[in-house]
Design a protein. Structure first.
Length: 173
């Protein structure tokens, strides 16, 4: 009986010594040439959550994560999508997406930046809609091209550090 209690005690101690998924916690910025993406991994009441952050609105949607042997994964209902953490803990991989560790200040900066991008996009649309309607087709096209160049330059300046997720389609062509 004593041996059994000892064995149960040792097993409980060893179970407590398992790997911890704490290295996953924090804010993660998606590595992308096209757009900004942000997620946060948080632990609350013993469960890990992946919060996808809408960088335009700042709203978050949460998904409960599965934890096994210090590793996290997303349970899709038909399988698990592993979340891999680099050895140095600075990069995170989810399927084909790659993220780098960042902080709440960068998250706030990206969200504020997206607001500036939206204002610039709206200014372009307003300027384009304000073009005189009594122009010839060639005059109108020349005016649109001039507007495009001006706003492309503004977006290029805006996007030196942080990408804009709301660039008007006309400027992407």
């Amino acid at each position: 009986m004593k041996q059994m209690l000892l064995a149960v005690g040792v097993a409980a101690v060893l179970a407590g010594c398992g790997k911890d998924a704490g290295g996953y916690e924090g804010y993660w910025r998606e590595k992308s040439d096209k757009k900004e993406g942000m997620i946060a991994i948080k632990k609350e009441k013993g469960n890990y959550f992946l919060n996808k952050i809408n960088v335009v609105t700042g709203k978050e949607t949460s998904v409960v994560l599965s934890e096994k042997d210090g590793a996290l994964s997303i349970n899709t209902g038909i399988g698990e999508i592993p979340i891999k953490l680099s050895d140095d803990g600075k990069e995170l991989y989810v399927e084909r997406r790659q993220y780098v560790k960042t902080d709440a200040a960068m998250k706030d900066k990206i969200i504020a930046h997206q607001k500036k991008c939206g204002q610039t996009a709206q200014a372009y649309l307003d300027a384009r809609n304000a073009l005189p309607s009594n122009q010839t087709y060639q005059q109108r096209q020349a005016a649109i091209e001039q507007l495009k160049r001006r706003f492309e330059a503004e977006f290029d300046e805006l996007e030196k550090e942080i990408k804009c997720n709301g660039r008007p389609r006309a400027l992407l062509l």
